[in-house]
Design a protein around this ligand. Sequence first.
Ligand code: XLS
Ligand code: MG
Length: 344
Amino acid sequence: MSEFRFSVGPWNVHSGADSYGPATRAEIDMEEKFSRFADIGFSAVQFHDDDAVPDINKYSDGEIKRLAAARKKQLDKYGLAAEFVAPRLWMDPHCVDGGFTSRYEEDREYAMWRAYRSIDIAHELGTDLIVLWLAREGTLCAESKDPVWETRMLVEAIDKMLDYDPNIRVAIEPKPNEPIDRSICGTMGHVMAVSAATKDPARVGGNLESAHATLAGLDPACEIGFALAMGKLFTVHLNDQNGIKYDQDKSFGVENLRAAFNQVKVLKEHNYGAKGEYVGLDVKAMRTTRDADGYKHLENSLNIFKALEAKVGRWDYGFEKQCVEKRDYEALEMYVLKLLMGIA
Ligand code: XLS
Ligand code: MG
């Protein structure tokens, strides 16, 4: 039995289409996903604003609230909570050159409209958490935006969100690249600095995604620890990544088992979840996966997490202390590997 509660987003169950080929699986209805998420053992669902209210541009602010309230009723049927709402600022034509940091004022205003609607939707879904994955906040052409100006525009946008609602919290999800070439907020360090620059730093924290840390050449457990040390790890997106290339959103632990172990260890040792935080997944099935197996990557990720949680529970702190006193890290490392190989 896990000490943690888990969340997942509907985009984690997808048709398999990628930039190089069409769908390989049928689309699945949102309510069917909710039903399967509950069956698998998730407690909450993550949303983009237009997951909760599809075709969001078509509606007035009042209609958006009513449609979000209907989505909440759907969640309630399956005993699921909403973890967060994230404005999807990377698909609409207004966001072609970024949202908060677009050089065009009407695009920045559109991005703020989506951010405010995400807050309205969060209210209706019963969550106070907004996630900002800053997909296109950066440059494709380095000289197209001044990095000082961009960074200040990001802080200004978050301040406007904090003013719009005195109760919401904002979790920035850092990523160093893709789809953008030069991101303005690529690591948890950047997130903490942006948080400190806002008008209410206690309400601005981070969402650490394992694969994004790897893409930045950093260790996910260290990025998690950095945010925990600041008291600002509002959520996580656990998954895995095979080296520095395109974002793979692989099942948790399947590529880097020891790195996954250390993510679970730092979360467990620092009572992550005690303030209601969820362990969020952000994983995608392989394009080769058949329809019948379309949820296996979620089940695998949860099972790997729980197996590693049990290994953390067996950690021999006395042996660790001995190794540290003797500075025998070779012995400590061998112990870790034996534990993970099941021969300790
Ligand atoms: C993409 C991001 C995305 C966010 C949610 O790389 O991880 O999935 O987490 O918008
Ligand atoms: Mg993510």
